[in-house]
Design a protein. Sequence first.
Length: 309
Amino acid sequence: MKKIILLFSIILCQVVTSQVLTTNRNPVGLEHNILFNASTRYTVTQQGPALDIPTLFDGRMYPSYSNGTITAANPTVILIEGLPGYHTQAGAWVGWTTRYWYAKRFKIEGYDVYSSPNTWRTIADYSNVDYNGYDFSTVVPSGVYTKLKFTFYTSETGGAVGVSELFFIHPEATSPYAGLLASAVNNWDNNGANLVYNNSGNVGIGIQTPINKLDVNGTIHSKEVKVDITGWPDFVFKKEYSLPTLQEVEKQINEKGHLENIPSEEEVLKNGINLGEMNTKLLQKIEEMTLYIIEQNKRIEKLEKNQSK
């Protein structure tokens, strides 16, 4: 009898503590929330008393409080656009959570582009009835939703509203925690053996505010660098090219302290150089120098012949 009771207790503990798996039809946690870091992956705008947008999508559950009182006449509206166009299929869920100051009246809408395209659908409507609770979630109707709109009308306090996280749990539209581990993780695509950055922004390595497609604060070590060029200075060898005289070159050096069309030391130290442009300019000077050498060689040969005679 004791053995039976012990076995039953073990089985009961396993049942109570066992993990419930997330499935197509069963949302257990936020791991399939496609709104993680929505402010860097999609287009997020707001109207009315403002919330801190990044905090609403960072997965920390830390609350953001509106910077003013919300009312039916002046609600806080969060619009999320550019969501991936995946059908909700077997199941998807949308909602919010907070620590304090929950929304007593609110509405959640989704922009459905499936079957009846370009249609705003009401997913949850508590705009005329009070809701009591620090979290809310509901099943999303069947469809393809590329936009979500959260409208908060009144708070439990009658003042500002608090929101910790907005979520759209869509198991078939994302991988677990995609967009959470790195704020720009979904800006990268695996294209065969290639890793492609598909965002229109800039990439910085060792720099917080890149202003070019790739800014690196450090040394780049490479076996080869290929630069696309828009022009090449072989025009120097054409008959119509006006080759500066050596007297003109000397005058330029004496007056400016650098060759014509070559940036000065001050400009280079301030702005750096464009490798493609600089190589083109240097080659032009080399080709001009080659013509000077050829001309000088002809004069030397002529002088040697005259001297020999």
